[in-house]
Design a binder for this molecule. Structure first.
Ligand code: NDP
Length: 290
């Protein structure tokens, strides 16, 4: 029976380290990191998520602000706001809260976020730097997956790692992070399923990460005996939140498994804060001080 990787406990541990670090930075410089979340329109669930981020930030000692723009804001107006935040030396980190209106080209706007302030690692320059291992601002969900893997103390070198889902925010950046640890990485997607090959790849995974958004896509009996299973997916089924993996059946075969909710999600929020602290340090401290 797999050990459950409790994301709330892991998040709390990382939060404690960050709390300490922020307190020390404040003592040294007199200021704490200041992060700004730019939200467009007043979407109820986006606001709830932003409020939970704010709570985590304040708990760590980080100053977190929400800038809410009208839902009919133009792309140019949004870019102007981003440029103003880029130029403000008192702002350490910027994020653009999703969803954003269809009329706005997210990718074009993302590339305006200063690479030093890019909390979500969305600027194309930071994406490129990830390949070279040169940025500390790594997209938050892949970073959370890596923290879960690190908590198992399993050496990833040479392991068969299979990622299901190749989105720009989860699967693709995660493949680079796993490669950096010298895992042998396979990335599956819709075409893998359509070719009827998903099950074959999942069956040989020693490390399995699923980020699709389809409940029960991964059957419990596909899981390799002793595999580590990280379920990123979030789905609502009959008013219950579930992942992409059949949890109960998978738990019987895996060695470690994340639950949904309470697995990757809580750690993702803390990774955003960790990026905020890294952004602060790179801008406010001399490089040789950290
Ligand atoms: P996207 O919709 O951007 O990507 C989904 C991916 O799944 C695509 O690469 C798609 O491939 C692939 N896919 C779709 N159907 C299948 C299938 N039948 N078999 C194999 N692959 C398939 O989603 P995100 O990456 O943004 O998010 C994925 C899930 O993770 C969602 O449930 C989301 O809510 C959750 N999430 C959770 C977070 C957390 O912190 N816990 C944070 C971010 C996301 P293709 O492009 O080829 O169609």
């Amino acid at each position: 029976m797999a050990t459950i990787l409790d994301g709330r406990v892991l998040a709390q541990n990382i939060k404690s380290v960050l709390q300490q670090e922020v307190a020390e930075l404040k003592e040294k410089t007199g200021v704490v990191p200041r992060l700004v979340n730019v939200m467009i329109g007043l979407d109820h669930s986006a606001c709830a998520y932003a409020n939970s981020q704010k709570k985590v930030a304040e708990n760590i000692g980080i100053n977190y602000e929400l800038t809410i723009l009208p839902s009919d804001v133009t792309q140019q107006e949004l870019i102007t706001v981003i440029k103003r935040l880029n130029a403000d030396p008192c702002v350490d980190g910027i994020m653009i809260h999703k969803p954003i209106p269809a009329a706005i080209d997210y990718r074009a706007v993302a590339n305006y976020v200063d690479i030093e302030k890019d909390l979500e690692g969305i600027n194309v320059a930071n994406i490129g730097k990830m390949i070279l291992g040169e940025t500390r601002l790594i997209p938050c969900t892949p970073a959370a997956v890596m923290e879960h893997l690190k908590s198992t103390a399993i050496d990833l070198k040479g392991k068969e790692a299979v990622i299901v889902g190749h989105s720009e925010i989860v699967g693709k950046p995660l493949s680079l992070l796993l490669l950096r640890e010298l895992a042998t990485v396979t990335v599956c997607h819709l075409a893998t399923s359509q070719a009827g090959r998903l099950v074959d790849h999942v069956r040989r995974a020693e490390i399995l990460v699923v980020a699709v958004g389809k409940a029960s896509l991964i059957k419990g009996d596909w899981i390799r005996e002793g595999a580590v299973v990280i379920d990123v997916g979030i789905n609502r089924v009959e008013d219950k939140m579930v992942g992409d993996v059949e949890f109960d059946a998978a738990r019987k075969r895996a060695s470690f498994i994340t639950p949904v909710p309470g697995g990757v999600g809580p750690v993702t929020v803390v990774m955003l804060m960790r990026n905020g602290v890294e952004a602060y340090k790179s801008q406010r401290l001399k490089k040789d001080m950290y």
